[in-house]
Ligand binder design. Structure first.
Ligand code: MLT
Length: 401
């Protein structure tokens, strides 16, 4: 018999979203005719933009001819697409060599853990997207189990609640090698200011830490005064790896495409550039993104097509505004919804799984319990604003009922 990987065995419970899907499946078994509305996993519902469809169709046409057929693409991703992403989101900040196209933020976060191995400690916003902690535990970055704290001592939660305006108290935070940070934060929707991000970068540099900055929802930031990428901050190139995604920006949750930026300036403690190791890891574990997805992204992100992409994110932000206004009218304590497609709602004194079950069983609404994102998420529930308008209106009506 083969010995089980003890690090995988350390992961506590099933991954959050399949667990939620199981609750929904059980409800449908009990009540097959229930009209369940999903405000749970942030999954896009609206069609691909015409520009994306145009690029994909053209590429598909080419692939079906001997002259136009292509096999493996450039390992780091189509160069023209890399340049386009830089022009759109990081103008004049990077060379295409510093950007790696992948199949989404989540798989890249998993592969980034391979880059660092097991001998690193991590800090993570609490609450946060569960993938940061789960992949870290799988990699063995846990240290010892601290019974008193109920935590592995290699993983430090940075509590982010309404009381600290969803930004951790860095003066009291323990040093760690890696710091996972997500803006807009999933699930709270909080977006740090330039000053807060400058404090984070200064803190990381003083501690010689590397920040892994997930900007998957940056396309939803509507306040022009807020930073869309951490590379707007001085010193960030020396301490940050940023991941980005087209899942929520162009409706690519099924198509799959994302990217990771590793600046040339970022080095390990022995002076070697992190980008060299990332190229090695990425080209070994990944064979390049789907060429149809890349073709769609190239046309979908062209300057002329950007208003279409904006229309898509506006649609979900209008959903968020509609849901938020209904919830505020009922008297719910709602955070976010202005710069992110999530509503983070406090149910004082309540257990978040209990509220989740109540909403599911009584209103047939799937949400995500805050505790699933970390201990500081207890007492909160996340409502996703992804969905078609009719369903969002119906969900708002059910909440008010
Ligand atoms: C979420 O709902 O948090 C995300 O959509 C899930 C994911 O991107 O994996």
């Amino acid at each position: 018999m083969v010995k089980r990987n003890c690090n995988i065995a350390k992961v506590k419970g099933q991954y959050l979203f399949p667990r939620i899907a199981r609750y929904k499946a059980e409800l449908l078994k009990r009540e097959p005719s229930a009209n369940v509305i999903s405000l749970g996993i942030g999954d896009t519902t609206e069609p691909l933009t015409p520009a994306v469809a145009f690029g994909m169709k053209e590429k598909l046409g080419a692939l079906t001819t001997s002259e136009g057929y292509t096999g493996y693409g450039e390992e780091q991703g189509d160069r023209e697409l890399r340049q386009r992403i830089i022009d759109d989101f990081y103008p004049n900040m990077f060379e295409p060599e510093e950007l790696f196209i992948g199949d989404g933020s989540k798989p890249d976060i998993g592969r980034l853990q391979i880059l660092f191995g097991q001998d690193v400690t991590i800090s993570v916003q609490d609450p946060a997207y569960p993938v940061y902690v789960a992949t870290s535990v799988m990699m063995g970055q846990t240290g010892n189990w601290n019974e008193k704290e109920g935590l592995y001592d290699g993983i430090t939660p940075l509590s982010c609640t309404p009381e600290n305006n969803f930004f951790p108290d860095l003066n009291r935070a323990k040093r760690s090698d890696l710091v996972f940070f997500c803006s807009p934060n999933n699930p709270t929707g909080a977006v740090p200011t330039h000053k807060q991000l400058q404090d984070l970068v200064d803190w990381a540099r003083a501690n010689q830490s590397i920040i892994i900055y997930d900007s998957a929802y940056a396309g939803y930031i509507r306040n022009p005064a807020l930073p869309r990428t951490i590379y707007e901050i001085e010193g960030a190139k020396e301490c940050v790896i940023e991941t980005g995604s087209l899942s929520k920006l162009l409706g690519f949750t099924g198509v799959r495409l994302g990217w990771t930026i590793v600046p040339k300036e970022l080095c390990f403690d022995d002076g070697s550039p992190v980008i060299d190791d990332w190229r090695q890891v990425s080209c070994t574990f990944f064979n390049g993104a789907c060429n149809l997805a890349e073709a769609g992204a190239k046309t979908g992100l062209s300057l002329m097509a950007l208003p279409e992409a904006r229309g898509l994110t506006d649609y979900y932000m209008e959903n968020a505004a509609l849901l938020k206004s209904a919830m505020v009218d009922i008297g719910y304590e709602v955070y976010s919804g202005d710069n992110a497609p999530f509503l983070w709602v406090r149910f004082p004194g309540r257990d978040s799984w209990e509220v989740f079950e109540e909403l599911l069983n009584k209103k047939h609404l799937v949400t995500t319990p805050g505790a699933g994102f970390g201990a500081s998420g207890e007492g909160f529930v996340r409502f996703s604003a992804f969905g078609n308008r009719e369903q969002i209106r119906e969900a708002a009506a059910r909440l008010a009922d």
